[in-house]
Design a protein around this ligand. Structure first.
Ligand SMILES: CC(C)(COP(=O)(O)OP(=O)(O)OC[C@H]1O[C@@H](n2cnc3c(N)ncnc32)[C@H](O)[C@@H]1OP(=O)(O)O)[C@@H](O)C(=O)NCCC(=O)NCCS
Length: 182
């Protein structure tokens, strides 16, 4: 159930899902740069995916603090792209460049819409726009995300005990060194 679905949204979901229940072809999703108006929804996606998929690593920050960080730091940083279905933001990827290289800092897809290709669209966009190598951290326990990144060519390069992250949760550094052959 998608309680907030605006008119037409369910039809778009049907086109995402495919009649036979097969993996979606997410042609109905469009990607665009996030604006300040997207900050509340981006924060909600980060909060809801954390709650749904990473209960073992609750955020070290209270929700209002996280919302403030998204609005005042993450979105203004400029590397935030959202996926939209019929005007509704359903996914986000946040990227960054630093002297150490390119980073995927955040990825989240609406928990009601995971496993339908939206994350693949967002990650492909990040890979197209970033210089290699691209790095990211994810929690070791996040089996779904690890499978997702590995399927897209990322390889684990370092496993940590988590003492350096805010959640103190063991994580893994992934790296994409070359674009995988199609
Ligand atoms: C990881 C994530 C961004 C992938 O986006 P997505 O739209 O679900 O990805 P796609 O549909 O393009 O690809 C599906 C693949 O993602 C993986 N996946 C990751 N988390 C998943 C989940 N909770 N449910 C289903 N599949 C998931 C699987 O590898 C899946 O394919 P498989 O089951 O056939 O192996 C998304 O699932 C998500 O937001 N997860 C929770 C937040 C998170 O873990 N973010 C990354 C932290 S670094």
């Amino acid at each position: 159930m998608v309680p907030w679905a605006p008119p037409g949204y369910r039809a778009a979901l049907c086109s995402l899902n495919g009649r036979d229940g097969s993996r979606a072809n997410p042609l109905s999703a469009i990607l665009r740069s996030a604006t300040s108006a997207d900050a509340p929804r981006v924060a909600t996606l980060l909060i809801e995916t954390r709650r749904a998929f990473m209960p073992y690593a609750p955020s070290a920050h209270p929700e209002p603090e996280l919302r403030e960080w998204v609005a005042s730091v993450l979105v203004p940083s400029g590397g935030v792209t959202v996926a939209e279905v019929l005007g509704r933001v359903v996914g986000v990827v946040a990227t960054a460049h630093s002297q150490q290289g390119s980073w995927v800092r955040q990825m989240a897809v609406d928990p009601a819409l995971v496993n339908q290709g939206i994350g693949t669209l967002l990650l492909a966009h990040a890979v197209r726009t970033l210089a290699l190598p691209i790095r990211l951290y994810t929690f070791q326990a996040n089996a779904g995300a690890r499978r997702f990144y590995e399927r897209h060519g990322f390889v684990p390069v370092e496993f940590t005990d988590g003492q350096a992250n805010e959640e103190r949760c063991p994580d893994v550094l992934y790296e994409l060194r070359a674009i995988p052959a199609p």
